[in-house]
Design a protein around this ligand. Structure first.
Ligand SMILES: [Zn+2]
Length: 291
Protein backbone atom coordinates (compact mmCIF):
# COMPACT_ATOMS: atom_id res chain seq x y z
CA UNK A 1 0.00 0.00 0.00
CA UNK A 2 2.89 2.37 0.80
CA UNK A 3 4.32 1.73 -2.69
CA UNK A 4 0.90 2.31 -4.31
CA UNK A 5 0.32 5.64 -2.49
CA UNK A 6 3.87 6.92 -3.05
CA UNK A 7 3.61 5.70 -6.68
CA UNK A 8 0.38 7.67 -7.28
CA UNK A 9 1.96 10.79 -5.74
CA UNK A 10 5.09 10.36 -7.88
CA UNK A 11 3.01 9.77 -11.02
CA UNK A 12 1.02 12.95 -10.36
CA UNK A 13 4.16 14.96 -9.60
CA UNK A 14 5.67 13.84 -12.91
CA UNK A 15 2.55 14.93 -14.84
CA UNK A 16 2.49 18.39 -13.21
CA UNK A 17 6.17 19.33 -12.87
CA UNK A 18 8.55 17.54 -15.30
CA UNK A 19 5.87 16.98 -18.00
CA UNK A 20 3.95 20.28 -17.96
CA UNK A 21 5.27 23.22 -15.90
CA UNK A 22 9.00 22.32 -15.73
CA UNK A 23 9.58 22.84 -19.51
CA UNK A 24 7.89 26.29 -19.29
CA UNK A 25 10.82 27.47 -17.14
CA UNK A 26 12.90 27.44 -20.34
CA UNK A 27 10.27 29.24 -22.45
CA UNK A 28 12.03 32.65 -22.54
CA UNK A 29 8.78 34.46 -21.64
CA UNK A 30 9.30 36.16 -18.24
CA UNK A 31 5.63 35.98 -17.23
CA UNK A 32 5.45 32.29 -18.14
CA UNK A 33 8.70 31.57 -16.27
CA UNK A 34 7.46 33.35 -13.13
CA UNK A 35 4.05 31.62 -13.24
CA UNK A 36 5.48 28.16 -13.80
CA UNK A 37 8.11 28.74 -11.08
CA UNK A 38 5.31 29.47 -8.61
CA UNK A 39 3.51 26.29 -9.67
CA UNK A 40 6.67 24.16 -9.40
CA UNK A 41 7.52 25.49 -5.91
CA UNK A 42 3.89 25.21 -4.66
CA UNK A 43 3.41 21.68 -5.98
CA UNK A 44 6.82 20.46 -4.77
CA UNK A 45 6.08 21.73 -1.23
CA UNK A 46 2.64 20.06 -1.36
CA UNK A 47 4.12 16.72 -2.45
CA UNK A 48 6.74 16.88 0.33
CA UNK A 49 3.99 17.55 2.90
CA UNK A 50 1.78 14.73 1.51
CA UNK A 51 4.60 12.16 1.64
CA UNK A 52 5.84 13.38 5.03
CA UNK A 53 2.42 13.26 6.73
CA UNK A 54 1.62 9.92 5.04
CA UNK A 55 4.83 8.19 6.14
CA UNK A 56 4.50 9.56 9.69
CA UNK A 57 0.89 8.27 9.89
CA UNK A 58 2.04 4.85 8.67
CA UNK A 59 5.00 4.59 11.04
CA UNK A 60 3.60 6.17 14.25
CA UNK A 61 2.29 3.90 16.98
CA UNK A 62 -1.32 5.12 17.52
CA UNK A 63 -1.00 4.46 21.26
CA UNK A 64 -1.40 1.24 23.22
CA UNK A 65 -2.51 0.63 26.81
CA UNK A 66 0.41 0.34 29.27
CA UNK A 67 0.65 -3.20 30.77
CA UNK A 68 -1.14 -3.52 34.10
CA UNK A 69 -3.08 -0.26 33.64
CA UNK A 70 -6.45 -0.01 35.42
CA UNK A 71 -8.79 2.89 36.22
CA UNK A 72 -9.11 2.20 39.94
CA UNK A 73 -7.41 3.70 42.96
CA UNK A 74 -5.51 0.50 43.79
CA UNK A 75 -4.86 -3.05 42.51
CA UNK A 76 -7.13 -4.69 45.08
CA UNK A 77 -10.12 -2.64 43.93
CA UNK A 78 -9.29 -3.54 40.33
CA UNK A 79 -9.53 -7.24 41.27
CA UNK A 80 -12.85 -6.71 43.09
CA UNK A 81 -14.31 -4.79 40.14
CA UNK A 82 -13.22 -7.52 37.75
CA UNK A 83 -15.03 -10.14 39.84
CA UNK A 84 -18.16 -7.96 39.87
CA UNK A 85 -18.00 -7.50 36.11
CA UNK A 86 -17.76 -11.25 35.61
CA UNK A 87 -21.27 -11.78 37.03
CA UNK A 88 -22.97 -8.63 35.77
CA UNK A 89 -22.53 -6.90 32.46
CA UNK A 90 -24.79 -4.07 33.58
CA UNK A 91 -22.77 -2.97 36.55
CA UNK A 92 -21.86 0.29 34.81
CA UNK A 93 -23.93 2.60 32.62
CA UNK A 94 -23.04 1.17 29.22
CA UNK A 95 -23.85 4.40 27.40
CA UNK A 96 -21.20 6.29 29.38
CA UNK A 97 -17.77 6.08 27.67
CA UNK A 98 -16.12 7.04 30.98
CA UNK A 99 -17.17 3.79 32.69
CA UNK A 100 -14.41 1.32 33.65
CA UNK A 101 -14.09 -1.13 30.74
CA UNK A 102 -12.42 -4.50 30.49
CA UNK A 103 -11.17 -5.99 27.20
CA UNK A 104 -11.91 -9.70 27.11
CA UNK A 105 -9.52 -10.29 24.23
CA UNK A 106 -6.56 -8.51 25.86
CA UNK A 107 -7.70 -9.69 29.33
CA UNK A 108 -6.93 -6.21 30.61
CA UNK A 109 -8.67 -3.02 31.69
CA UNK A 110 -8.81 -0.37 29.02
CA UNK A 111 -9.03 3.43 29.43
CA UNK A 112 -12.06 5.43 28.34
CA UNK A 113 -12.19 5.91 24.55
CA UNK A 114 -9.84 2.95 23.97
CA UNK A 115 -11.08 0.19 21.66
CA UNK A 116 -9.80 -3.21 20.70
CA UNK A 117 -8.37 -3.24 17.17
CA UNK A 118 -8.94 -6.69 15.67
CA UNK A 119 -6.30 -6.14 12.97
CA UNK A 120 -3.43 -5.20 15.26
CA UNK A 121 -4.81 -7.40 18.08
CA UNK A 122 -4.56 -4.88 20.91
CA UNK A 123 -6.45 -2.01 22.50
CA UNK A 124 -5.73 1.40 20.97
CA UNK A 125 -6.10 4.68 22.85
CA UNK A 126 -8.83 6.95 21.42
CA UNK A 127 -9.10 4.59 18.47
CA UNK A 128 -10.68 6.15 15.40
CA UNK A 129 -10.54 3.37 12.81
CA UNK A 130 -8.17 0.97 11.08
CA UNK A 131 -7.17 2.51 7.75
CA UNK A 132 -6.07 0.30 4.87
CA UNK A 133 -4.50 3.30 3.08
CA UNK A 134 -2.04 3.85 5.90
CA UNK A 135 -1.94 0.13 6.90
CA UNK A 136 -2.14 1.26 10.49
CA UNK A 137 -4.70 1.90 13.16
CA UNK A 138 -5.57 5.60 13.49
CA UNK A 139 -5.72 6.60 17.13
CA UNK A 140 -4.62 9.08 19.77
CA UNK A 141 -1.02 9.62 18.64
CA UNK A 142 -1.43 9.68 14.84
CA UNK A 143 -4.91 11.15 14.26
CA UNK A 144 -3.43 14.62 13.68
CA UNK A 145 -0.99 13.20 11.11
CA UNK A 146 -3.84 11.33 9.38
CA UNK A 147 -5.92 14.54 9.16
CA UNK A 148 -2.91 16.45 7.80
CA UNK A 149 -2.42 13.71 5.20
CA UNK A 150 -6.10 14.10 4.15
CA UNK A 151 -5.70 17.89 4.05
CA UNK A 152 -2.50 17.96 1.98
CA UNK A 153 -3.70 15.15 -0.30
CA UNK A 154 -6.90 17.14 -0.94
CA UNK A 155 -4.89 20.29 -1.73
CA UNK A 156 -2.58 18.24 -3.96
CA UNK A 157 -5.32 16.53 -5.96
CA UNK A 158 -7.32 19.77 -6.32
CA UNK A 159 -4.21 21.66 -7.47
CA UNK A 160 -3.33 18.90 -9.95
CA UNK A 161 -6.84 18.84 -11.40
CA UNK A 162 -6.99 22.59 -12.04
CA UNK A 163 -3.34 22.94 -13.11
CA UNK A 164 -3.69 20.23 -15.75
CA UNK A 165 -7.26 20.96 -16.85
CA UNK A 166 -6.27 23.08 -19.88
CA UNK A 167 -3.70 20.45 -20.98
CA UNK A 168 -6.38 17.78 -20.60
CA UNK A 169 -8.77 19.76 -22.83
CA UNK A 170 -6.00 20.14 -25.41
CA UNK A 171 -5.40 16.37 -25.22
CA UNK A 172 -9.09 15.62 -25.79
CA UNK A 173 -9.13 18.02 -28.77
CA UNK A 174 -6.15 16.19 -30.25
CA UNK A 175 -3.85 19.21 -29.85
CA UNK A 176 -1.53 17.73 -27.24
CA UNK A 177 0.98 15.13 -28.34
CA UNK A 178 4.12 13.61 -26.92
CA UNK A 179 5.01 10.73 -24.59
CA UNK A 180 3.87 12.61 -21.45
CA UNK A 181 0.29 13.30 -22.63
CA UNK A 182 -1.11 9.95 -21.27
CA UNK A 183 0.38 10.86 -17.85
CA UNK A 184 -1.58 14.13 -17.92
CA UNK A 185 -4.82 12.39 -18.97
CA UNK A 186 -4.59 9.69 -16.28
CA UNK A 187 -3.51 12.19 -13.59
CA UNK A 188 -6.50 14.45 -14.20
CA UNK A 189 -8.99 11.55 -14.02
CA UNK A 190 -7.33 10.03 -10.95
CA UNK A 191 -7.01 13.30 -9.06
CA UNK A 192 -10.55 14.38 -9.85
CA UNK A 193 -11.78 11.20 -8.15
CA UNK A 194 -9.42 11.71 -5.19
CA UNK A 195 -10.47 15.36 -4.89
CA UNK A 196 -14.15 14.42 -4.45
CA UNK A 197 -13.46 11.48 -2.12
CA UNK A 198 -11.02 13.45 0.05
CA UNK A 199 -13.43 16.40 0.29
CA UNK A 200 -16.07 14.01 1.69
CA UNK A 201 -13.62 12.49 4.17
CA UNK A 202 -12.39 15.90 5.29
CA UNK A 203 -15.91 17.22 5.92
CA UNK A 204 -16.78 14.05 7.85
CA UNK A 205 -13.65 14.18 10.01
CA UNK A 206 -13.98 17.93 10.59
CA UNK A 207 -17.52 17.39 11.89
CA UNK A 208 -16.34 14.61 14.21
CA UNK A 209 -13.29 16.53 15.40
CA UNK A 210 -15.34 19.65 16.10
CA UNK A 211 -17.56 17.51 18.38
CA UNK A 212 -14.53 15.63 19.85
CA UNK A 213 -15.94 12.32 18.70
CA UNK A 214 -14.12 9.43 17.01
CA UNK A 215 -15.48 7.42 14.06
CA UNK A 216 -16.21 4.46 16.37
CA UNK A 217 -18.00 6.67 18.89
CA UNK A 218 -19.99 8.34 16.10
CA UNK A 219 -21.41 4.96 15.04
CA UNK A 220 -22.28 3.80 18.56
CA UNK A 221 -26.05 3.37 18.73
CA UNK A 222 -26.58 4.61 22.24
CA UNK A 223 -24.55 7.50 23.64
CA UNK A 224 -25.02 9.77 26.62
CA UNK A 225 -26.01 13.38 25.99
CA UNK A 226 -24.44 15.86 26.24
CA UNK A 227 -21.24 14.22 24.95
CA UNK A 228 -18.77 14.54 27.88
CA UNK A 229 -15.68 15.23 25.71
CA UNK A 230 -17.18 18.09 23.70
CA UNK A 231 -15.47 21.19 25.10
CA UNK A 232 -16.20 23.60 22.24
CA UNK A 233 -14.70 23.86 18.76
CA UNK A 234 -11.45 25.64 19.74
CA UNK A 235 -10.50 23.27 22.57
CA UNK A 236 -11.58 20.19 20.61
CA UNK A 237 -9.34 21.33 17.75
CA UNK A 238 -6.43 22.01 20.13
CA UNK A 239 -6.90 18.56 21.67
CA UNK A 240 -5.81 17.09 18.33
CA UNK A 241 -3.59 19.77 16.79
CA UNK A 242 -2.03 21.33 19.90
CA UNK A 243 -1.87 25.01 20.77
CA UNK A 244 1.05 26.14 18.60
CA UNK A 245 -0.35 27.60 15.36
CA UNK A 246 2.91 26.90 13.49
CA UNK A 247 2.86 23.22 14.42
CA UNK A 248 -0.80 22.81 13.36
CA UNK A 249 0.47 22.26 9.84
CA UNK A 250 3.42 19.99 10.68
CA UNK A 251 3.01 16.23 11.21
CA UNK A 252 4.78 15.80 14.53
CA UNK A 253 4.21 16.29 18.25
CA UNK A 254 6.70 17.67 20.74
CA UNK A 255 7.49 15.46 23.74
CA UNK A 256 5.32 17.68 25.94
CA UNK A 257 2.35 17.51 23.53
CA UNK A 258 2.67 13.72 23.40
CA UNK A 259 2.81 13.51 27.21
CA UNK A 260 -0.33 15.66 27.51
CA UNK A 261 -2.17 13.50 24.98
CA UNK A 262 -1.30 10.28 26.81
CA UNK A 263 -2.19 11.91 30.10
CA UNK A 264 -5.61 12.97 28.77
CA UNK A 265 -6.45 9.32 27.99
CA UNK A 266 -4.80 7.53 30.88
CA UNK A 267 -5.84 10.04 33.55
CA UNK A 268 -9.32 11.47 33.29
CA UNK A 269 -9.60 15.18 32.49
CA UNK A 270 -6.06 15.60 31.11
CA UNK A 271 -4.62 16.36 34.53
CA UNK A 272 -1.15 15.15 35.42
CA UNK A 273 -2.46 13.97 38.77
CA UNK A 274 -4.40 10.75 38.57
CA UNK A 275 -8.15 11.01 39.13
CA UNK A 276 -8.81 7.31 38.99
CA UNK A 277 -12.15 5.81 39.91
CA UNK A 278 -12.41 5.04 43.60
CA UNK A 279 -15.04 3.04 45.48
CA UNK A 280 -16.76 6.31 46.41
CA UNK A 281 -16.80 7.77 42.86
CA UNK A 282 -20.20 8.97 41.56
CA UNK A 283 -19.77 6.75 38.47
CA UNK A 284 -19.70 3.63 40.62
CA UNK A 285 -22.54 4.82 42.86
CA UNK A 286 -24.82 5.54 39.89
CA UNK A 287 -23.88 2.18 38.46
CA UNK A 288 -24.50 0.35 41.72
CA UNK A 289 -28.06 1.66 41.65
CA UNK A 290 -28.65 -0.26 38.46
CA UNK A 291 -27.52 -3.64 39.85
ZN1 LIG B 1 -8.07 -5.30 23.69
Amino acid sequence: MVLIVVGIVGFTYYAVVPATYGPMLRSGNLLKIFGSLLVVVWFTILVIMIVWSYLITVSTDPGGVPPGWHPFSDDQQARIELERLSYSNYYFDRRDPRRPRFCKRCQAWKPERAHHCSVSGRCILKMDHYCIWVINCVGLLNYKFFLLFLFYAFLGSTSCFFLLLSSMIQFLQGKLFGPSSPFIFISVILNFAFMLALAGFMIMHFQMMSANCTTIEMYEKDRIHPWPYNRGLKRNFEDVFGRSKVRWFLPFYTKEEKRLLLDSCLHQGGSSSSTKVSATSPLIHSSLNQV
